[in-house]
Design a protein around this ligand. Structure first.
Ligand SMILES: [Zn+2]
Length: 408
């Protein structure tokens, strides 16, 4: 018997459904079956419905019912080439995600610039643009980002945007869609949803970038299937996120992952908090760039210029990057001691671009655990993926609700 499916909600969920108290266990079960099936298509597609049933343990009738609904909504379609099992019987028409129809918008707000992007349902970046801040006044930054994203979405005709994900560093509360505190931008209690909703009419979801990238890694990256996953983000902001199975830990008011002021062994950098050697002060890209300027390596504030200098053989640039990656490894080791995750993903510019940096990072983590540490799966577009993953995580947790509300 085909399952009855939940009617599309009239309004999109205002925050990731995983953390919202559900009014109905039946609705929860449907959400969860729908989620498991669409995730299976994401992971294995093109894949036969019978295989999905086998992989998920759901009944073939249930899988067929949900797949019919997804196809109706335009999330999946039958793949072009039928596969026969042993050449007899009915052909098995595999299903796959329909990447030609829906997209999501992704926004990442960094200290010097905002990244706006359009991603398909596999988390692949279709279009991306960097908008340098002309000041850090929140409403101006957000208005430019909303305009920039709207223009980018218009630039990919024939695709329907399902929603927008916004990610940033600092303390972000997804429930209220607020950046509670982002000290490096000087932002406090900035409501992020409204400007994007007003400009585009799309549902908007907001989260911290370390958590967003945990979701990106478990959906689209090489950490897929990991039972426990830690993500360490080392940019200008340094923060972390942790997930067991598919659940990212948020904690009260979504404050989990604030590691900026943990002490780093051997740290010498003065921090704004008054202490010396805090993780963020030590590892921040600002610190890297300042040290590189002091050594005459660069004359800018762009950490990629340090990477370029190292690539063209500047030994001071190489040393700075390797030292920083080693320090990032010490930070990862500290978190490994506390959380003991199966996999650690590190987003750090040195380890992303240089083998010697990744080697130094792994060495600092220590033998026996080094192999569990991997660089981000998205070296070319990590910030775009962070933004897009906020929306795509909501889609894959509650496909019928998310796509249904967009279609309505
Ligand atoms: Zn501090």
């Amino acid at each position: 018997m085909a399952p009855t499916v939940a009617p599309p909600s009239t309004s999109p969920p205002s925050h990731p459904p995983s953390r919202s108290p559900s009014p109905s266990p039946v609705l929860d079960r449907r959400r969860s079956s729908a989620s498991v099936i669409l995730r299976s298509v994401l992971e294995h597609g093109p894949v036969a419905r019978s295989t999905i049933a086998r992989l998920t343990g759901l009944s073939p009738a249930s899988v067929t019912g949900y797949c019919a609904r997804f196809a109706e909504q335009g999330l999946i379609r039958e793949a072009a080439v039928p596969r026969r099992s042993g050449g007899v019987g009915r052909p098995h028409l595999p299903v796959d995600l329909d990447r030609s129809r829906f997209v999501v918008g992704g926004v990442h707000i960094a200290v010097p610039y905002t990244t706006v992007a359009v991603l398909d349902l596999r988390g692949r970046v279709i279009a991306e643009k960097r908008l340098w801040h002309q000041g850090t006044e929140p409403h101006l930054v957000l208005a430019r980002a909303a305009d920039g994203l709207a223009a980018l979405l218009t630039g990919v005709p024939g695709r329907t945007p399902l929603g927008i994900g916004v990610a940033t560093g600092g303390w972000v509360d997804p429930d209220s869609g607020t950046i509670v505190e982002h000290p490096l931008l000087g932002w406090r209690d900035v409501a992020v949803r409204d400007p994007f909703e007003a400009r585009t009419g799309l549902p908007v979801h907001v989260d911290g970038h370390a958590r967003a990238l945990v979701n990106g890694e478990r959906l689209f990256g090489r950490a897929r299937g990991s039972r426990s996953l830690l993500h360490l983000f080392v940019g200008n902001v340094v923060d972390a996120a942790f997930a067991t199975h598919d659940q990212v830990h948020y904690g009260p008011r979504s404050q989990a992952g604030a590691i900026a002021h943990l002490p780093l062994t051997g740290g010498s950098e003065r921090c704004d908090c008054g202490r010396t050697g805090c993780i963020q002060a030590e590892l921040s890209e600002r610190t890297l760039c300042r040290r590189a300027r002091e050594r005459g390596v660069i004359d800018s504030s762009n950490p990629m210029h340090v990477v370029s200098a190292a690539a063209s053989g500047d030994p001071s640039a190489v040393r700075l990057l390797v030292e920083r990656s080693r320090a990032a490894g010490l930070a990862a080791a500290l978190l490994l001691d506390v959380l003991n995750p199966e996999t650690v993903v590190v987003t750090e510019i040195g380890a992303m671009h240089r083998e010697d940096c990744l080697g130094a990072l792994r060495e600092a983590v220590g033998p026996g655990r080094a192999e569990s540490v991997v660089p981000t799966s998205f070296p070319e577009s990590v910030l775009a993926v962070a933004g897009g993953s906020v929306a795509l995580d909501v889609l894959y947790r509650d496909p019928l609700g998310f796509a249904g509300s967009a279609a309505a």
